[in-house]
Design a protein around this ligand. Structure first.
Ligand code: FAD
Ligand code: NAD
Length: 473
């Protein structure tokens, strides 16, 4: 029986990063993964590279280019002749980016001497992992491990009253592969996926109707930012309905009929395609967790402590399959932490400074506490804000929608949260993460020189505004 120091189950951003770090630290490492890519062949990178972060951002970028040409270039004095859309080419570009990256991960495995065991991994007693080869190629192989890291990720949450037929009614994976722009697109769930993929198809010309169950829009974001974002997304044409209850959705040859209720009563909506994006659930199917008494909590997550240890000695879990936000970078950092702790280091992950980004345009990004969190905690705080329309660079770019908000402790001035709705928010938030990691005060951020003209000056001004010292507001 082949034996390894570490066997990682799951080759997404949590698992493959953990495997690389283990190998870098001198441990013999195998990575078990069963993902079959769009080409029909095994592909590393998990949800993120194959059907998540990367393909969605490729399409967001393409659709943003199209939107700029159609709606934004004229004011710059750039005139365009008639423009045309070639969706298969756009989808092909996205697929090429995905395969470049998944092959890149395969190359990293080879370079780091991580053995890729292609197949379905199962936990077995005595620190063994059974691997059922992909595509029924041979019998189950069993491997011995000193340590096992579980990184089996998550899967889309389904609704009992709506069946995904992968044609008319799709999940996020299906919504990345439409071959033409649906004239009318329904989206259930105004969360991250609903907004990102709704934006993609909306920019490309679809009429997009979003049905959200909650009364509040983007409840996890800061309320002031969510309010500004809702206003802007509605202006962009996303028809967002809050406080809805979808009763049923049925597909036929021409489209989908959705029945839902809201405070005004019952409604029927007819769409060409329907995307169900109502969250994701941890994936442990077929892992044989029960067989080795691995504790899974009531929500389906593998229970871990702050260092990723499960209740079974020498078995760890990381990424979407454990508590915390389902974000690629969170899983990767947990992977590095577990690998380094196996090598005797004292690495930890600060879950309080994990940045969130929603890749709409403008983007939404934040780190730390919202005003609502702090009110609930009864903590006293001070806020500084700065509108993008007062930033010279944002004006020059004609990207004046949005704001930056810095929240600091009223007594110590330590930054507790930074919230951005605006152009390049995904890049700007990194400065806030660094500041918070170093427990900077709003004053510290305010004292740092920011280049002019840059959008980052808006972060500087919002920090100054905590003490009502903003210059350009
Ligand atoms: P996964 O990426 O889900 O990987 C798990 C892997 O394990 C898969 O390959 C699976 O096939 C394999 N596996 C499972 N069980 C077994 C088994 N028993 N044996 C063998 N293999 C197994 N996050 C961001 O941070 N930024 C984004 O922009 C972003 N965009 C997203 C867009 C979409 C449309 C979606 C759906 C998600 C997005 N996410 C984003 C979330 C991100 O994809 C996940 O947080 C991330 O992929 C989780 O990584 P993971 O390694 O824990 O799991
Ligand atoms: P989500 O949790 O962000 O949003 C789901 C939304 O669906 C919520 O607003 C919820 O209230 C709503 N909902 C739930 N049940 C409903 C129902 N029956 N009818 C109507 N609305 C309903 O989940 P998601 O958008 O599916 O994305 C899943 C996860 O994937 C995200 O939470 C995030 O962790 C990850 N993700 C991250 C990014 C990013 O980092 N940019 C992008 C996409 C996905």
């Amino acid at each position: 029986m082949d034996a390894y120091d570490v066997i990682v189950i799951g080759g997404g951003p949590a698992g493959y990063v953990a495997a690389i770090r283990c190998a870098q630290l001198g441990m013999s490492t195998a990575l078990v993964d069963e993902y079959i890519g769009k080409s029909g062949k095994p592909a590393l990178g998990g949800t993120c590279l194959n059907a998540g972060c990367i393909p969605s951002k490729a399409l967001l970028d393409s659709s943003e280019h199209y939107d700029r040409v159609r709606n934004k270039y004229a004011s710059h004095g750039i005139k365009t002749a008639e423009i045309d859309l070639d969706i298969p080419t756009m989808i092909g570009r996205k697929d090429k980016i995905v395969s470049t990256l998944t092959k890149g991960v395969e190359g990293l495995m080879k370079k780091n001497k991580v053995t890729w065991l292609k197949g379905h991994g199962q936990l077995e007693a005595g620190m063994k992992v059974g691997v059922i080869p992909t595509g029924g190629k041979g019998d189950k192989q069993v491997y011995q491990a000193k340590h096992i890291i579980i990184a089996t990720g998550s899967a889309p949450r389904t609704l009992a009253n709506i069946s995904i037929d992968h044609e008319r009614i799709v999940d996020s994976t299906g919504a990345l592969d439409f071959q033409e722009v649906p004239a009318k697109l329904g989206v259930i769930g105004a969360g991250v996926i609903g907004l990102e993929l709704g934006s993609v198809w909306g920019r490309l010309g679809a009429e997009v109707v979003v049905l959200e169950a909650m009364d509040d829009f983007l409840a996890m974001a800061d309320g002031e930012i969510a309010k500004a974002a809702l206003k802007e997304f509605k202006r962009q044409g996303l028809d967002i309905h809050l406080g809805t209850r979808v009763k049923k959705a049925e597909a036929d040859a021409d489209g989908v009929t959705v029945e839902y209720e809201d405070a005004k009563g019952g409604h029927t909506l007819r769409v060409d395609k329907l995307v169900v994006a109502v969250g994701r659930v941890p994936h442990t199917e077929g892992l044989n967790a029960n067989g080795i008494d691995l504790f899974i909590d009531e929500s389906g997550y593998i229970h871990v402590d702050e260092f990723g240890s499960t209740n079974v000695p020498d078995i760890y879990a990381i990424g979407d399959v454990v508590r915390g936000p389902m974000l690629a970078h969170k899983g990767s950092e947990e992977g590095v932490m577990v690998a380094e702790r196996l090598a005797g280091k004292k690495t930890r992950v600060n879950h309080d400074t994990i940045p969130w980004v929603i890749y709409t345009w403008p983007e939404i990004a934040w780190v730390g506490k919202t005003e609502e969190d702090l009110k609930q905690e009864g903590r006293s705080y001070a806020c500084g804000t700065f509108p993008m329309r007062a930033s010279g660079r944002a004006l020059a770019m004609e990207e004046t929608v949005g704001l930056v908000k810095v929240i600091a402790d009223a007594e110590t001035d330590e930054i507790l949260g930074v919230h951005i709705f605006g152009a390049a928010a995904s890049e700007l938030i990194a400065e806030a993460v660094v500041a918070m990691e170093y427990q900077a005060s709003a004053e510290d951020l305010a004292c740092i020189v920011h280049a002019h003209p840059t959008v980052s000056e808006a972060v500087h001004e919002a920090a100054l505004d905590v003490h009502r010292r903003a210059i350009h507001k």
